[in-house]
Design a protein around this ligand. Structure first.
Ligand code: AMP
Length: 302
């Protein structure tokens, strides 16, 4: 695996690779990698000839009271994992190179970033789309892979790519979970043993709502109540939001008659975790996975 830290050098590499007719797959990350990130590398490899992963803890997507300074970092381990996964290039810029003095241009996707996480994190998605656009101009990918775990981010990036006529295919990758169902996240590293147990309430809340929908329930309030009850029953958890939304527009909906996004943000102690699923009356792979996760959680698997 080649390590590139310089923006111009990354662009020259991308130009040369494109000139050879090779397709570039791209996986942007903030590092402290887990199997979820590596599954994105696998997806990029499936779609392309070469794969670039970036590792950049983007200061512009953290609010002033958020965890930028203590965000977990282990570049050496990340580089080893990416190399073992067959990544072609690791792009590792620093913040001064990405945001030199005088930097003043941002890109904002307006509507889909307002609700869900955007309500409590009003500057977050502007920081995300700005850095993603910069990275796209630097890495020049044909395909970029984003996790469905950050559903609103995926929708915002798709919107930006479509609105700005960018010639990049955006691929959404399924959520990779721990054996007990907890969605993998770099922030899980913050959890104490008791909090780690408590964090199961997110997937259990999703599973409770999914089970209700499978039994024919369509009323949004009842479905949300089922998810909320699981979370409010957990003493270490504090619900930020549980919302039903149209998976494309992210507008809130009050009934579940078509496949519908159920998205959650929950504080476990001081750690903010998110998770989501698509609710559907039909039995889906995701629905069966949630059921299995709930069973595993009940058995105490971690
Ligand atoms: P992050 O390093 O948290 O910015 O995440 C980088 C990419 O990995 C984003 O596209 C995330 O959506 C994705 N990702 C994070 N966690 C998971 C997971 N558990 N399963 C699949 N993708 C994930």
């Amino acid at each position: 695996m080649e390590l590139i830290t310089d923006i111009r050098q990354m662009q020259r590499w991308a130009d040369a690779t494109r000139a050879q007719g090779q397709r570039i797959g791209f996986v942007p990350t903030m590092g402290y990698l887990h199997a979820g990130h590596l599954s994105l590398v696998g997806q990029a490899q499936r779609h392309c000839d070469v794969t670039v992963a970036s590792l950049f803890v983007n200061p512009r997507q953290f609010g002033s009271n958020e965890d930028l300074d203590c965000y977990p970092r282990d570049v050496k381990r990340d580089a080893r994992l990416l190399s073992e996964a067959g990544t072609t290039v690791l792009f590792l810029p620093d913040a001064r190179m990405m945001y030199p003095d005088g930097f003043q241009t941002t890109v904002e996707v307006e509507q889909v970033t307002r609700g869900l996480c955007g309500a409590a994190r009003p500057t977050h998605f502007g920081g995300v789309t700005t850095v993603v656009l910069k990275l796209f101009h630097i890495v020049k990918p044909h395909v970029a892979v984003f996790g469905i775990k950050d559903f609103q981010q995926l929708v915002a990036v798709r919107r930006m790519v479509s609105d700005l006529n960018m010639d990049i295919e955006i691929v959404g990758a399924p959520i990779v979970r721990e054996p007990d169902g907890l969605a993998m996240s770099s922030r899980n590293a913050y959890l104490s043993t008791a909090e780690r147990q408590a964090a199961r309430c997110l997937v259990e809340g999703l599973a409770a709502a999914a089970a209700l929908v499978q039994r024919g329930e369509t009323d949004g309030l009842r479905i949300l109540a089922a998810a909320r009850r699981v979370i409010t029953d957990e003493p270490l958890a504090r619900l930020e939001y549980a919302t039903l939304a149209d998976p494309e527009t992210l507008e809130e909906v009050s009934t579940v008659c078509a496949p519908t996004l159920l998205a959650l943000a929950v504080y476990i102690g001081k750690t903010r975790l998110i998770d989501n699923c698509i609710l559907s009356r039909e039995s889906t792979v995701e629905g069966r996975r949630l059921e299995a996760a709930r069973d595993a959680s009940a058995r105490g698997a971690t």
